[in-house]
Design a protein around this ligand. Structure first.
Ligand code: SIN
Ligand code: CO
Length: 397
């Protein structure tokens, strides 16, 4: 029987193996999976840039920099975005501040040369080299990053605390613009020396604080577009290449059974017209299309009433004979859903019973009357308060 030993979180590097193992082993066991501290990833490491040069770069008009000062006594964080001035630096205290400069690899060839040790990763996955300089106590506070990062200690010492607890809370402190974590319980703490390197996958809570004296840390950061960015850009890309004459078309149209319904045949035509719709389920496709088609080419939108009605007030008006008029700019459609139906109005979606959704699409003026079921009142109230239906009181004789 073979028992597998847990993977170490700390290893020792060497001039031959900066990762303390082969790139293939690192990618298999750690990359995007678990943190790794590599002691002496770069033995005898010499910083490719000096703190004064980094500060000089932060004065450049187009360099991306931030100066962060932590007022420990009052637990306040001051963030000044670059370009910075000499005066900004002159006003810094003796401790508890840090300067961060992004994209230093684009400004400095010696810094860019560090990337030769990261060629085991696709170059397009690399975002930038960010360098921080900090006086003792300086840091950005506990946070998570969305991307993998290699944190290479360049000058002085930095105390790193991380949490590899997958259930660690990730909510932000509301009072600090740095997206700092509200709660942070470290599971591991280390003091890093020049040449040591900490690898962190995305979403691992961490906090690095300059220790003892001046501290410089080099962050080799990766980038990973969000799925929303990928889909958005692909949609733009495809849209730019589709001729305007190619349009939704329905030469097979049969007489409408229910006014406003987006029926199965319509959905099939939509699926055919949209290049990447094949991978979408019916519910997603119809939810998108219903919202889209009811706001498409709308020159104006109904405006919600200044004061929202309560359900009781609406019920009283209806019982008093009020009618509900469709706002002239309200465009409606509906579709059957797994349960009941969805009513779409000007890009909004409302759950509704199929019969009610069909009736609201059919009749421009509703006279509800009789006993109104609670679900119907909820929908009518939402439509009134969103401005799609307008209450018309009965005329006094
Ligand atoms: C720093 O270098 O101060 C911050 C780096 C990080 O935590 O991502
Ligand atoms: Co970070």
């Amino acid at each position: 029987m073979t028992t597998s030993r847990p993977l170490p979180i700390e290893v020792r590097g060497s001039a031959r193996q900066p990762l303390g193992m082969s790139p293939a082993q690192f990618l298999r066991d750690y990359w995007h999976k678990r943190p790794l501290l590599i002691r002496q990833a770069f033995p005898g490491f010499q910083p490719p840039i000096q703190p004064d040069d980094l500060a000089g770069l932060a004065l450049e008009e187009t360099a991306l920099s931030r100066l962060i000062v932590h007022d420990e006594a009052r637990e306040r964080w001051k963030v000044k975005a670059g370009p910075l001035t000499e005066k900004d630096f002159a006003g810094t205290p003796d401790r508890n501040w840090t300067l961060l400069v992004q994209d230093v690899d684009k400004w400095d060839a010696d810094v860019a040369a560090l990337l030769k040790d990261f060629t085991f990763l696709p170059s397009w996955r690399l975002d930038d080299i960010m360098i921080s300089y900090a006086e003792p106590g300086g840091g950005v506070g506990p946070h998570v990053d969305q991307y993998d990062v290699f944190l290479l200690q360049a000058i002085g010492q930095r105390h790193w605390a991380i949490s590899d607890d997958p259930d660690a809370p990730k909510d932000f402190r509301p009072d600090v613009e740095l997206k700092q974590l509200r709660h942070f319980e470290p599971t591991h703490e280390w003091l890093l020396e020049p040449g040591d390197m900490l690898y962190l996958p995305p979403d691992v809570p961490h906090d690095g604080v300059a220790f003892g004296g001046p501290c410089m840390t080099i962050s080799v950061g990766m980038r990973a577009p969000s799925r929303a960015e990928l889909v958005g850009d692909l949609a733009d890309y495809l849209a730019e290449r589709l001729p305007d004459e190619l349009r939704y078309s329905d030469p097979d149209l049969a007489p409408a059974k229910a006014i406003g319904e987006i029926d199965r045949a319509a959905l099939a035509r939509v699926r055919q017209s949209v290049p990447f719709a094949a991978g979408l389920d019916d519910a997603t496709l119809v939810d998108w299309f219903g919202r889209f088609i009811t706001r498409y080419r709308s020159a104006q939108q109904p405006v919600p009433p200044t004061k929202a009605l309560t359900g009781a007030a609406l019920l009283k008006q209806i019982e008093g004979g009020a009618r509900l008029l469709r706002h002239p700019w309200a465009r409606m459609a509906w579709a059957k859903a797994r349960r009941g139906a969805t009513l779409f109005v000007n890009g909004q979606a409302y759950p509704a019973a199929a019969e009610l959704a069909a009736r609201i699409c059919r009749e421009r003026e509703l006279a509800p009357g009789g006993k109104i079921p609670a679900a119907e009142l909820t929908l009518l109230l939402a439509l009134v308060n969103d401005g799609h239906l307008v209450v018309r009181k009965p005329r006094r004789r």
